[in-house]
Design a protein around this ligand. Sequence first.
Ligand code: UDP
Ligand code: MN
Length: 297
Amino acid sequence: MGVCPSATMVLLRDNFTGVLRLWNRPNVLTCTSWKAPIIWDGTFNPDVAQREARRQNLTIGLTVFAVGRYLEKYLSHFLESAEQYFMVGQRVVYYVFTEQPAAVPRVALGPGRQLRVEPVMRERRWQDVSMARMRTLHEALGGRLGREAHYVLCMDVDQHFSGLFGPEVLADSVAQLHAWHYRRPRWLLPFERDERSAAAIAFGEGDFYYHAAVFGGSVAALRRLTAHCARGLQLDRARGLEARWHDESHLNKFFWLHKPAKVLSPEFCWSRDIGRRAEIRHPRLFWAPKEYAEVRN
Ligand code: UDP
Ligand code: MN
């Protein structure tokens, strides 16, 4: 991975953390070609972000889907670790989408933190559960979630927090670098290449491969993102197509067309299976081991 040539020349500012200390991480890419920060441990000041979020009196939403066996297997650990590390000291509202509301674990919540359970239908295939999230999120953002939160993070449930994950991640639109792909050359990235698909990205296109396990932004930006992805998924379905990585392929297409305002380094969603990497200093969220045989139908 090359270092942004202008990284040390530009004083990249971030609304939540002020001037980013890009020079602290000279060996990684800390800004995109469109001058959005890629935040790594050491480039931001979490205290500044914390104060700014309090000053703006923000409510931050965290959405997660737990359908079928994913609920029992992952949800408690996800929520308990979020209580420990996610937006500590801020007003937080969790939205848990499930077809089993009665089975949602009763996690003790800190002050200023609430949990809402939203019923969803259970889709038959796991891919359909994953893809249906875009439409459901779009509707939720148009309803109560959109009215009560200013910024929202949308996450997979098969992961848990392992370090502070605070307002430094906030921006109008936020994308997560995929831990397995951030060092790969562009032509090797697993974008959808079938040009009949709404998610298609041609060779020579695509900035980064983003992970759908974490994305976020303001309510208005997320309304546009989820509308775009839900529409693309629908168009593909009508043509009898399914993109290579389902909703993630459509998310990648959206971020190619509408560049994210902030990018999170792989420290914000890391897989232990990758092993040690010098640039991964402080993982804040870990993937759960993939035990598909147990949770997928
Ligand atoms: N999911 C779910 N039940 C399912 C399939 C998916 O709740 O049967 C949700 C869950 O939040 C999960 C996300 O959709 O984390 C994406 O699916 P998965 O994590 O299996 O996809 P991967 O990360 O392996 O691409
Ligand atoms: Mn996942």
